[in-house]
Design a binder for this molecule. Sequence first.
Ligand code: C2E
Ligand code: CA
Ligand code: CA
Ligand code: CA
Length: 278
Amino acid sequence: SKQMGKNTYFFYDDNQDTVIIEQQKMIKRLEQALSDNELVLHYQPKVNMRTGRIVGTEALIRWHHPERGLVPPGEFLPIIEDNEMIVALGEWVIAEALRQFDTWEQQGFRLPISVNISVRHLQTASFVERLEAQLRQAGRLKQDVLEIEITETAAINDLRHVTKLIESCRALGVHSALDDFGTGYSSLTYLKLLPVHTLKIDKSFILDMARDAEDHAIVSGVIGLAKAFDLTVIAEGVETTQHGVLLLGLGCELGQGYGIAPPMSADRFVEWARHWRP
Ligand code: C2E
Ligand code: CA
Ligand code: CA
Ligand code: CA
């Protein structure tokens, strides 16, 4: 909406303009990063903490910055999340995850990959059509190779629409998870109305559950809710053996966290998986 010339940077007089200029700069840099292949996905395993089985992996984006090294998503995604660029990045993430799935399959792995998709991206007009085209091109329609973790940085304004989108994804073989459940906008209404397959308990509740009775109660409650709704539940932020033991005691078998393995490059992930002994 705002047109800014090259020198506008020197004339801003309020925070809003600064934010917009920072965003425009970041978008330019990210467009360049995309074409220079500086974006990479790292992978963190999801395991069944009772059996030790690796059940999937979450793709987490990083930016291999030529000067700054490996930049975590928290340093660039929030700046662009209300812009079209989040859609372009999301499309790249899906394509890259499908490519990685092929590579791993050739190496003898067949592991579903979860990708983080912002609600903004999900709600763009042709999300499902483009997802279908990408799956078809990869020969992966209805094969349960991808899962989407719906990350909410804004309220979902049209729940009926999002319900249809989730159902359409499911028909393509793509399950959905409600990410960061219990924080931000991720509410009980969503749980009630959205036909997701999985609830992902946010790490903020897991990290303190051993010391904090309230966090423990929240985790216990979310696991109970998941059971009542017949959903799969997974905990992120499993950093210690104690977290794992507490979660298993509450009936949550699936976990992800530094205590199991950190996010790793695709090659290191394979090495890790080969040597993993629960
Ligand atoms: P998230 O989806 O909740 O992902 C979990 C974050 O917690 C990741 O941070 C992960 O590295 C970190 N983590 C994993 N295990 C542990 C643990 O045991 N303890 C602690 N303290 N942290 C742990 P990361 O990779 O920096 O990603 C941050 C957020 O950025 C993600 O949170 C997700 O919301 C977003 N994100 C990452 N990749 C993508 C992407 O490709 N697309 C979109 N839209 N968002 C992404
Ligand atoms: Ca996630
Ligand atoms: Ca998140
Ligand atoms: Ca989280």
